[in-house]
Design a protein around this ligand. Structure first.
Ligand SMILES: Cc1cc2nc3c(=O)[nH]c(=O)nc-3n(C[C@H](O)[C@H](O)[C@H](O)COP(=O)(O)OP(=O)(O)OC[C@H]3O[C@@H](n4cnc5c(N)ncnc54)[C@H](O)[C@@H]3O)c2cc1C
Length: 339
């Protein structure tokens, strides 16, 4: 097997986050000579965290200049680590930081890059990656002859490495921070009242535009919709998704579901999250939305319309029912008052 470099950037506390530990699992499964390259303001907590993983070498680019995500500094650090390790395969988690910097690094090294890999494995003795094309409609397995071959592994595809911490021998790689025109001045999150996206939740709860439509009594029940959805999310610790119609409404400043932003949108022009189960409510189940459910294993939907899209083979179970009534009862059963 060829030599492998796992590239990982550290978090503000100097440790590695879950996507990096998942990429470490994938790198170990390739069973080649493994080098780990760390980048960050602090790297020794990360080195200690993965000391027991069995990597042959541990390299690190450390310093204040490398603590913030920024193309120029991340690309310089990535390039230096690739050159220092001389590895043929470079594996990294598909964080926004690496997704931005590593294509440029591959170009500088005369190599190639593949993004959104969902699996990396040996096929017929050579490394191969799986990835989905055309918004998750087709899966392909591909391999390349060019080296170095940089692969960005999507989060949530393999278990995170979970081995013993210890003390580690780290080789420092010196990089002169390049001149930068970008200064990170802070973080700005979308205007939502509450954190509702939980990638690790077992359940995805999807709200559709029906929550904001006139109901049987001829009135809109926005406040109750908010209370029912937030009550369920808190009790079930579920992640919240939305249909495009609903998040567009929220974005236009309508007085509905204030915790919803475009980050919640599931579908062709939204996200394709991975959860064990999904529950869709007040959403019609049209194809551009349902394509975002590709990786949801068990799908259920609640809709008043027995002819909605979910009824056409897109859900495992369709409850033809009023979602307000169903969620009121579900919240009563699982909410704190039922303890
Ligand atoms: C190029 C393109 C890309 C797109 N990308 C996306 C995408 O990424 N994501 C996405 O979501 N959409 C996408 N769309 C839009 C998509 O086709 C639909 O328009 C959208 O998903 C509809 O949202 P909805 O089902 O919430 O709303 P609606 O179609 O308005 O459906 C509301 C549903 O709520 C039900 N309902 C109402 N009250 C209740 C109640 N009390 N109990 C139970 N059910 C109730 C109604 O029966 C109805 O079925 C895209 C479209 C195009 C053309």
């Amino acid at each position: 097997m060829e030599t492998i470099l796992l590239l990982a950037h550290t978090e503000p506390d100097g440790t590695l986050a879950k996507p990096a530990l998942e990429a470490l699992t994938a790198a170990l499964e390739l069973s080649g000579g493994l080098t780990i390259g760390l980048v960050g303001g602090r790297t020794s907590p990360a080195a200690e965290q993965i000391a027991g993983c069995g990597a042959g070498r541990l390299l690190a680019v450390t310093g204040e200049a490398f603590s913030q995500p920024r193309y120029a500094t991340d690309a310089a650090a990535g390039e230096a680590l690739c050159r220092a390790s001389g590895s043929a395969i470079v594996l990294a988690p598909a964080t926004s930081r690496w997704a931005r910097a590593l294509p440029g690094v591959a170009l500088r090294l005369g190599g190639r890059i593949d993004t959104h890999a969902t699996r990396v494995a040996l096929e017929n003795g050579v490394p191969a990656v799986s990835r989905w094309f055309y918004r998750q409609r087709m899966e392909a397995m591909l391999t390349r002859s060019q080296r170095p071959w940089v692969v960005l592994l999507d989060p949530g595809c393999v278990p995170a490495w979970n081995g013993p911490a210890g003390t580690a021998q780290v080789e420092a790689v010196e990089v002169n921070p390049p001149q930068t025109r970008t200064t990170v001045t802070g973080l700005r999150a979308p205007q939502t009242d509450e954190q509702t996206i939980r990638p690790d939740a077992r359940l995805l709860f999807v709200a559709g535009a029906g929550w904001t439509k006139k109901q049987a009594d001829g009135a809109v029940h926005g406040a109750e919709a908010e209370a029912l959805i937030l009550g369920f999310l808190r009790a079930a610790q579920a992640s919240l998704g939305g249909s495009k119609s609903l998040v567009d409404l929220s974005g236009e400043g309508e007085a509905v579901l204030r915790f919803m932003s475009h980050l919640n949108q599931i579908g062709q022009t939204g996200s394709t999250p991975r959860h064990a189960k999904g529950l869709s409510t007040c959403c019609h189940g049209e194809e551009p939305h349902v394509v975002g459910w590709r990786f949801i294993n068990q799908r259920r939907a609640i809709n008043l319309d027995a002819n909605c899209g979910w009824a056409r083979g897109k859900a495992d179970v369709l409850y033809v029912a009023d979602a307000f009534a169903v969620m009121r009862e579900v919240n009563r059963l699982i909410g704190p008052q039922s303890d």
